[in-house]
Design a protein around this ligand. Structure first.
Ligand code: HEC
Length: 290
């Protein structure tokens, strides 16, 4: 096995092991940060929904208070505003969703699906829990879900959500008498549910990983080339020259040149020693010849 081959083999083993360890560590880190990124997006949507709700109840509802007496305007309802805003958002970002999933909803579109009903029941069983994040498979791929309970905090909500008799007539005319009633103060009636696709940040993590492998791989290749070139130039070539000279001398050839020792100090001193040995050998041969 040549020197070059051995050195390259050692380098390949060390680099390979290093790259494998780095990949393993970085993959975990990148996937973690992808998950955090998706969760940040979900949190942002949750905050936007809250802002839309607050804006509606604080800025819009008071303006339309007079009109509401004659005609019920759902535009004054926070749940309606948040629902419509995210409906529009979905036109640009179809994989992002916000829903106020409710077991007994006023608007049938808000009725909780099976898995959402499980989330609501979970919040009912653990009233202290303020937030729950989970991962689920959907037809569009893996989605990260952030859920928060919707609790009826104030009796003012019961104007529309207690009994049909208590609700404004215009409200009943629009939403009917069958659902969205019977809510109680303190009850968890539903859950705000934000879904964001996990694929986007995961794809980003994979791209970063690919770029990392390319950069590290290219650096390692450059190190290989540099080490090989240095080895050939400073060690292998002088050694070959020396072995050629030694070969010629051992065959008794005449006019064999001196070893030209240049370069690294180790090779220079080896060359000097070789030339000394050669002179001693020639002297010994001359003495023998006499
Ligand atoms: C003036 C009547 C009215 C009041 C008061 C009211 N809501 Fe509603 N609420 C509605 C209407 C109308 C909808 C359906 C909106 C839609 O079509 O998306 C609704 C929907 C909801 C929803 C979405 C689920 C569903 O039932 O469709 C939640 C959650 C909700 N309301 C919570 C509350 C809370 C909490 C309060 C008190 C802070 C409250 N509401 C007060 C009229 C009202």
């Amino acid at each position: 096995m040549s020197l070059l081959f051995r050195v390259n083999l050692i380098l390949a083993v060390v680099f390979g092991a290093g790259l494998a360890v780095m990949l393993l560590l970085n993959r975990g880190l990148l996937l973690d940060s992808a998950h955090r990124e998706a969760m940040n997006q979900a949190e942002l949507m949750m905050l936007s929904a809250r802002a839309a709700r607050q804006y509606t109840s604080e800025n819009i509802a008071p303006l339309l208070q007079d009109k509401i007496e004659q005609q019920f305007l759902p535009e004054t309802v926070p749940a309606f505003a948040a629902g419509r805003i995210f409906e529009r958002l979905r036109k640009d970002l179809p994989n992002y969703a916000y829903k106020e999933a409710t077991l007994n909803p006023t608007n049938p579109e808000d009725r909780a699906a099976d898995w959402e009903a499980d989330v609501i029941r979970h919040f009912r069983n653990f009233p202290e829990q303020k937030e729950w994040s989970l991962e689920r498979e959907s037809p569009e791929g893996t989605v990260l879900v952030l859920a928060r309970p919707i609790r009826i905090e104030s009796a003012s909500c019961l104007l529309c959500h207690s009994t049909p008799a208590a609700a404004p007539a215009a409200f009943r005319a629009r939403y009917g008498d069958n659902n969205g009633y019977g809510w109680q103060v303190g009850e968890i009636v539903g859950s705000q549910i934000v879904s964001v696709p996990a694929a986007v940040p995961q794809e980003l993590a994979n791209r970063l990983l690919r770029e990392f492998v390319i950069v590290v791989g290219a650096t390692m290749l450059a190190v290989f080339i540099a080490v090989d070139a240095a080895l050939i130039l400073f060690v292998i070539r002088p050694l070959r020259r020396m072995s050629k000279l030694a070969d010629a001398l051992s065959k008794g050839e005449e006019n064999v040149a001196q070893f030209d020792s240049r370069g690294a100090s180790d090779i220079v001193s080896l060359g000097a020693a070789f030339n000394r040995m050669r002179r001693s050998l020639e002297k010994a041969m001359q003495m023998l010849a006499r």
